[in-house]
Design a protein around this ligand. Structure first.
Ligand code: FES
Length: 147
């Protein structure tokens, strides 16, 4: 008798564990980001690879000697010289803020003042410890897409 009661209790316990396991394990899909102030997107390169190229901008939207920040995609595209386009992660390597401005040859972070060079993403002014990582883009005619 006791063994069947134990078995039944065990089964009920297991079912409850499964139910609570499903309900509480909602860590999200892209939960490896340590910055994630908005917490909405996985790494842009991962998403772009899955979709095979995400339209980003027209070349005319990127000023020569400057750049444009695409906050939603967390990418900044620059044009250091006419016809030469570069792309970098827009996530600051200091504490993960999104850079918000391109001016005077640098990509600027609003949080603590880090500046990154538009030509290669290298640090022009700290406290950022590392360059902005490069992102892959394709430029075809007027279209710039995330590769
Ligand atoms: S997070 Fe960009 S300078 Fe601190």
């Amino acid at each position: 008798m006791t063994s069947s009661a134990t078995t039944r209790r065990t089964v009920l316990f297991a079912a409850a564990a499964l139910t609570t396991g499903c309900g509480s394990d909602d860590g999200g899909d892209g939960g490896t980001s340590t910055s994630a102030p908005a917490g909405t997107a996985p790494a842009p390169s991962t998403r772009a690879a899955a979709s095979g190229g995400t339209p980003l901008a027209k070349t005319s939207e990127i000023p020569v000697g400057g750049g444009t920040v695409f906050t939603g995609k967390k990418v900044v595209v620059t044009q250091p010289e006419a016809g030469e386009f570069k792309a970098f992660s827009a996530i600051c390597t200091h504490q993960g803020c999104i850079v918000n401005k391109v001016a005077d040859g640098t990509i600027d972070c609003p949080c603590h003042g880090s500046k990154f060079r538009i030509a290669d993403g290298s640090v022009a002014a700290g406290p950022a410890p590392r360059p902005l990582p490069a992102e892959q883009i394709d430029v075809s005619g007027e279209e710039i897409t995330l590769a």
